[in-house]
Design a protein around this ligand. Sequence first.
Ligand SMILES: [Mg+2]
Length: 381
Amino acid sequence: MTTALPDDRITGFDVWHCALPVTGRRDHGIGSVEGTIEVVIVRLTAEGGQLGYGEASPWTVFTGTPEASFAALDRYFRPLVLGAKISDHPRIMETARTAVVHCTEAKAALDTALLDLAGQIAGKPVWSFLGEKFRETIPLSCSISSPDFEADKRLLERLEADGIGIVKLKAGFGDHAFDMSRLDYIRRRHPGMALRVDYNQGLTREEALRQVPEVAAFAPDFIEQPVRADDYAAMAELRGMTDVPLLADESVFGPEDMRRAVEKKICDGVSVKIMKSGGLGRARKVARIAHAAGLSAYGGDMFETGLAHLAGSHMIAATPEISLGCEFYQATYFLAEDLLPAPFPIRDGHVVVPDGPGLGMAPDMDKVLKYAVRGPGKRAT
Ligand SMILES: [Mg+2]
């Protein structure tokens, strides 16, 4: 039985755009990240003074810009929320969904903050508003995506020492030989680790037809999004070429895409992300549609802080259809400093689902303000 949403009114709404330093460079098929990642933090205040937080984690080449997330929240969602009851959550989210097109990360942030606030007031974890808790822990996957493979070799040693059992090789940003040599290295030096491959749309159809079967010879768990998001025809063509499951990520944002992907038979599985679907409820719907069609699902992430990782963890805890683990590694293995006041909860290679009120942890506001480039207490830039 799900926990009922409280009737308390929302009286405060604050938004910050933050830029957080990262420890190195990461390359993906569609672009690179270096220097900082940018996220937008929203904080809701209830009439009783309780606080609820949410994070939008956009990436310009994938989901959208931080400026758009900030504007969606600050200008367009604020009037939908101020004065409303928390129990109006379904109506608020439905209105937000149609009030601004796209900006799914901002909608995920709003959904997260409303659920966190509800949890703070009810003294219940976010997952309890979604359904049952189907798992205590979630297997963690970490991505290997530095252009400097020597740095990634050191990361692989660290991951193995930490008990992380899954790695995902980001491919298609260098040449095919670089991908093949890294796959060979990981298979030889880390034979106990489950291995996955993600192209992030990095290949043309012709390149994919040549390269994917060779990569499939390493028998990864799956090969993800070799071609452009909108090239459903090439995805469907590649799907039948090997026994290795083909996953869709950029091709599937929300439930509407998932239905079309099933109909067009473009994939064997899907990466589910609250930042793509526009919230926790819609992410669960994507997983349910996939499962009903016989497809697998795992919990992906964007360039996030631990706050967004927590939201994703609660969503996956309540969604049994997401069976391939998660990749909430950024807070631990990529950020120079996370926004959470304590380490994001990982034990023995698994994310530990929090049971405390709301998300289980609130961001450290000193850190939010330290890294804020726009928002209360900061001059507009
Ligand atoms: Mg991906």
